[in-house]
Design a protein around this ligand. Structure first.
Ligand SMILES: [Zn+2]
Length: 371
């Protein structure tokens, strides 16, 4: 079941994937990788998934909560409450990191990227931002969401919406929450410090005087202790070779998760197993039930690998164990290599071309029905 047509369009990323994973392992994954040709057929959903299981380790105190909630997010695993990182938070971290990398690529090769995108006027920095309102839009579109360019590799892989295009992009980067393997978390009490002045004084329009602006608020924070292990799962839907390569590269990094800019906690992430299959395999919650109370990283890794083998066995799929050798090779991939950069952006352009072709076909069809 080989798909030789993957090679010409993704020649550099296929080469790198073979170097990192080994030729035979790459071949076993290839049937589940997708080619975006620019034609409408290529964006129709096909059952192709790559599931990545990983073990995370808190390298710092981590405060885990969502906006509006002050408490740590907990999930019940076998009657024990364990700290939980919801996937939305993890995705936001990876989207931010991917966007930063794309901006660096743009700094180096804006000319080549414009060429790959087939648009001499395309301005990635000006037209795409994660903070709403920073990217410029048309004046007559006030009130619509305009922050995203809707055609860069981040939008195409991780999803985006905009009021200026006729389409929204659904994320093909999905996954499960990450669950801590132990119920360890502590409460800390402190005095609220203003994040700009780093004092307990906050000056606002209403409170200009020092004596009335002292916050003095005592707060309590629940945090995860450093060393706490987590189990997580990331899934790529219909990934192209170049998208898989970049996600693998992103997935071996230490990431910053947690509340508020000044107190983000870092987490080291180690991918343990890859499963390429028609559909995603297993869940991180189920894995957390099997790994509960493990505090040794090596043991957790082994336990996770056994779990993945067990659930993959049920569907007859091969499990790829992510070795130290693979991780070292991944680390040495030059993600701002010009040829890889061009492939990544061309992949995004083809995706959007196909979406636009679909919209044209649909409109013609609608017109012919109504006439
Ligand atoms: Zn964009």
């Amino acid at each position: 079941m080989s798909t030789p047509h993957l090679k010409p369009m993704y020649v550099n990323s296929v080469e790198k994937l073979k170097e990192v994973l080994g030729e035979n392992i790459y071949k076993s994954i290839e049937p589940y990788l997708h080619t975006y040709t620019g034609k409408v057929e290529s964006v129709k959903p096909v059952a192709k998934h790559v599931t990545i299981y990983w073990i995370g380790r808190a390298e710092d105190r981590m405060i885990l909560r969502t906006e509006g909630e002050d408490d740590i997010i907990l999930s019940e695993v076998k009657e024990i409450l364990v700290p939980t990182i919801i996937f939305r938070k993890l995705k936001a971290v990876y989207l931010r990191e991917f966007m930063q990398l794309l901006r660096r690529q743009w700094e180096l090769y804006d000319k080549e990227i414009r060429e790959a995108m087939g648009d001499p006027n395309y301005d990635f920095l000006a037209s795409c931002s994660l903070s709403p309102g920073i990217a410029k839009g048309k004046d007559d579109n006030k009130g619509t969401q305009i922050g995203r360019c809707m055609k860069c590799p981040a939008d195409v892989l991780m999803g985006a919406t905009s009021g200026l295009t006729e389409y929204n992009l659904v994320s093909r980067f999905v996954g499960d929450s990450a669950y801590a393997l132990t119920g360890n978390y502590r409460a800390r009490t402190g005095t609220a410090v203003d994040e700009v002045t780093y004092t307990t004084y906050t000056y606002t329009k209403e409170r200009k005087q020092q004596d009335e602006s002292k916050t003095g608020a005592v707060f309590t924070e629940n945090h995860v202790e450093p060393g706490t292990l987590f189990v997580g799962k990331t899934v790529l839907f219909m990934p192209s070779p170049v998208e898989l390569l970049y996600v693998l590269w992103l997935s071996i990094r230490t990431i910053r998760v947690g509340a508020r800019t000044s107190i983000w906690g870092t987490m080291k992430v180690d991918p343990v197993a890859l499963v390429a299959d028609l559909y995603e395999v297993g869940s991180s919650y189920e894995a957390s039930e099997e790994l509960l109370n493990k505090t040794d990283e090596e043991e957790a890794r082994e336990g996770l690998l056994n779990y993945v083998k067990k659930v993959a066995y049920a569907t007859g799929t091969n499990v790829v164990e992510v070795s130290i050798d693979m991780i070292n090779k991944l680390r040495s991939v030059n993600v701002v290599d010009k040829d890889l950069v061009k492939e990544l952006w061309l992949n995004a352009r083809n995706y959007i071309s196909a979406v636009n072709e679909y919209i044209v076909i649909k409109k013609k069809l609608e017109r012919s029905i109504s006439s």
